[in-house]
Design a protein around this ligand. Sequence first.
Ligand SMILES: [Zn+2]
Length: 271
Amino acid sequence: MSNIVAIPELSILEWVDGLLRNTGEYVPGPIDILKVNDFLNLRLHDYDLREIKKEVAPGEQLELRGILDINEKAVILDINEPNLHRKLFSNGHEIGHYVLPTHREILYQCSELDMKQSTHDIMEIEANQFSAHLLFKGTLFQEYTRDFHEAASTTVSHIASQFETSLTSTCRRFIESTHLPAAMLVLNKDMEGSVWVAYTVVSDEMRKRYFSSIGSVGEAEELFANAMAATALEPHTFKVTIKYGGENSHLFKCEFFNNTYQAIGLITPVL
Ligand SMILES: [Zn+2]
């Protein structure tokens, strides 16, 4: 078993762009994944992946979402996966393993099920990056979002329906790509009712002009409840002054909505 050298994300993006151009998919809108599978001569199968189990550590099982059989040129997806976004993402992930040269080389030697953990970890991250770029149409996404002059939840909702991607991943990708100052706050709630910040994403422009991490914008439990009663098209909206960098403060607009199980907050400066 050989070691893998990590591929820079920019190179992964180049591979995705090449594939999109070759399949006529370098256009705004949802990815036609079947077209991409066809172009690569990859056959798609549904299978009950619960029957295949990989032990990660003693007693611990890894949940399999997809398998690439490189010799048979086949992608096998879990028949039990009800979430179509996730299934699409898994297909993109396996395409990544198939297309990226270092992955191919290793997968010819051993399957994902029996390779070294460190190699597996790197390949998983890269295949996930590949899939996310594929679903959001590579560099085209940045060109596409350049035309939006407002980072609002309605904008995110519009892009998500345009690309047929989930609200959460769309909001995240939008903030990572936009030239506008914007930040995203994702809140989780546990069985006991405690709410906490799962993660935040801050755009480059937000970081440059204001701050690189978001503090509190309100009482977490209350925000979560309000977000759960709202939608991206009709978000729970309020304004709040946020202090940053010691002496500075600015007025920000907060829009909260949900993805059915998490609260998503979009924070933009009031200009
Ligand atoms: Zn994988």
